[in-house]
Design a protein around this ligand. Structure first.
Ligand code: GDP
Ligand code: MG
Length: 598
């Protein structure tokens, strides 16, 4: 393969700006995916991804493209995940590219993740080719958005392409610009083999599949390879490219992108970011290695039916095969019985996992409210990481509690800046910067406790900005805060799964709001139910649910049997997610009440 004829690039964009649609259009226009097998969003493999419109696993396609100059080029389109929770994966996939198409929605403009992605691309020295999408829409404002890209990002827009990924307009021109402006890879065919792993996943039939880009040297089917970080050796059993289906190939040289199978049993032996080399002639300069991604958000997952514990365990193990950032370990709760403490990269990641467990594995779950990780400095000087509020040591043993802080960048139109500042202040934010992207759009930068955004921040931001604000964040450090544990007691017994860690200034308010909220979601029982919120031994709120037999069919006098049955069925549905707590029945909602008790 002539290295000068290869172009390796990604598409980067803020969510919903049309990355997947553009990828589909490129596949179609180059003839790689014919009408027959054309599905919307070919690159988003899982149903769930299609529904949510995001890409979780990076997926790469090799596209032969005959340019107007008559030469056939190889375009390697590397699809990257589009969400902050997966930014490490984005960064690794970009490392395999020489350029990136920066897609900006012409009806929206530059958003927080547009900028975050540009920074990542610049970190990897990529050539950035701006693309203005959705120009078929009447609300498109190309001039305004081009100005935002010029002035807000500081990107040269002289080579910008106006496209409609939906209709295909402008996409042929874009393909020509990819050839013209994105540099071909550099690499030494005679140097020792050096290849970067930028994605890997577990396949039940072939074991781990590794996606890589060759930097130097050549990889040949049947040869031995060495993984630099683990020192483990394997034989390349299968070598190929996705185009878009798997096609076997005998060797791949510098600049080429492909996959290999080598009887690798576990994902941790083929980590994204690791270097593949030759065992006898290893590269002197492997990549710095992968970053161990630490889960930042935790919650408890319990089967509604204790008999489904093994099913849940099996499902988590299965999911973990393909998601090395998912963490779980067995946990027992007095309130909920046997279950698992699970760790996620962020909130979206958590939602996706919960949904897949229920949808693909059909387990009925009770999820506890998410919590961040706290660093507890004990009086004896040791540091304890606490990801479960009920595991906080007693106050006498605690010297200090540190909580994670994020740096958050919010993009918002002028008129909503006031609302956004107010929200950030309310969430204990520290203002770092406010600047104008253009005359009408503002970038607000805050440092905020991660715990404050885990709750309802995204929804609140949407509502105070009428949906016009966008955000991007990253965890930066741990800082000491005045935090206390807030306990919930039901009929005198603390419910471990409802404990939360809160700032002392907000504890009273939160305790009262939570008790009230629980009163609303816990149905009346045959006996009185007392709900209390407490800090240590001090009760700070008390609510009472009067006893009453709730007979739902009482209203259906006469013989309307179908209606009666429907009601009974509905009641049964509602019961599914009830958990018996002592003798009190508590619905799933109650465990998430903390999220809404503001
Ligand atoms: P992604 O999140 O960046 O991958 O965005 P998608 O490709 O999923 O697109 C988000 C939405 O915008 C989808 O509903 C697409 O159908 C729509 N969309 C994408 N490109 C265009 C376009 O050029 N014109 C119009 N009218 N809609 C588009
Ligand atoms: Mg997408």
């Amino acid at each position: 393969m002539d290295i000068k004829k290869i172009r390796n690039f990604s598409i980067i964009a803020h969510i919903d700006h049309g990355k997947s649609t553009l990828a589909d259009r490129i596949l179609e226009i180059t003839g790689l995916v014919g009408e027959r097998e054309k599905k919307d969003q070919y690159l988003d493999k899982m149903d769930l991804e299609r529904e949510r419109g995001i890409t979780i696993k990076a997926q790469t396609v090799r596209i032969p493209y005959k340019s107007k100059d008559g030469t056939t080029y190889i375009l390697n389109l590397i699809d990257t995940p589009g969400h902050v929770d997966f930014s490490y994966e984005v960064s690794r996939s970009l490392a395999a590219c020489d350029g990136a198409l920066l897609v900006v929605d012409a009806t929206q403009g530059v958003e927080a993740q547009t900028l975050a992605n540009v920074y990542l691309a610049l970190d990897h020295d990529l050539e950035i080719l701006p693309v203005l999408n959705k120009i078929d829409l009447p609300s498109a404002e190309p001039e305004r958005v081009i100005e935002e890209i010029e002035e807000g990002i500081g990107l040269d827009t002289s080579n910008i392409t106006l496209v409609s990924a939906k209709t295909g307009e402008g996409v042929p021109e874009l393909l020509e610009k990819i050839i013209k402006f994105i540099p071909s890879p550099k690499g030494d065919p005679n140097a020792p083999l050096k290849a970067l792993i930028f994605d890997s996943w577990y396949d039940p039939y072939v074991g781990v599949v590794v996606l890589f880009r060759v930097i130097d040297g050549t990889i040949v089917k049947g040869q031995d390879i060495l993984m630099c970080s683990t020192g483990k050796k394997y034989e390349v059993i299968r070598l190929g490219v996705f185009s878009p289906e798997a096609v076997d190939i005998n060797q791949l040289g510098p600049g080429e992108v492909g996959f290999l199978c080598a009887n690798i049993k576990e994902l941790k032996d083929a980590r994204v970011g690791d270097t593949i080399t030759h065992p006898k002639k290893p590269t002197p300069k492997p990549f710095p290695g992968f970053k161990k991604i630490k889960p930042m958000v935790f919650c408890g997952l319990y089967p509604v039916d204790p008999g489904e514990y093994e099913d849940l365990k099996f499902a988590l193990e299965k999911l973990q095969l393909n998601d090395s950032s998912l963490f779980f370990e067995a946990e027992t709760s007095q309130a909920l019985g046997f279950g698992f403490r699970c760790g996620f990269l962020g909130l979206l990641h958590m939602e996706i996992v919960q949904e897949r467990l229920e949808r693909e594995f059909k387990v009925n779950l009770i999820a506890t409210a998410p919590s961040v990780v706290y660093q507890v400095v004990k009086v004896d000087g040791t540091i304890l990481e606490v990801d479960n509020p009920s595991k906080l040591p007693p106050p006498v043993e605690i010297e200090a509690i540190k909580e994670p802080f994020v740096k958050m960048e919010i993009h918002v139109p002028n008129e909503y800046v006031g609302n956004v500042l107010k929200l950030c202040e309310e969430k204990r934010g520290i203002q770092k910067d406010i600047r104008y992207l253009t005359t009408s759009r503002v970038i607000v930068i805050y440092e905020l406790p991660f715990a404050e955004i885990v709750y309802d921040f995204f929804d609140r931001l949407k509502s105070v900005s009428r949906g016009f604000a966008s955000l991007d964040y990253e965890v930066i450090d741990f800082r000491p805060s005045n935090l206390v544990k807030l306990d919930i007691l039901i009929n005198g017994s603390p419910v471990d799964a409802m404990a939360t860690i809160v700032h002392r200034d907000k504890a009273y308010y939160k305790g009262r709001a939570l008790a009230l909220r629980l009163k609303k979601v816990i149905p009346r029982q045959l006996f009185e139910v007392v709900i209390q919120a407490a800090i240590g031994n001090k009760i700070i709120a008390r609510e009472r649910i009067a006893p009453l037999r709730k007979n739902v069919t009482a209203k259906c006098y006469g013989g309307d049997i179908t209606r009666k049955r429907k009601l009974l069925e509905k009641q049964k549905e509602g019961k599914k997610r009830m958990k018996q707590m002592g003798n009190v029945e508590v619905p799933q909602e109650a465990f998430l009440a903390v999220l809404k008790a503001e």
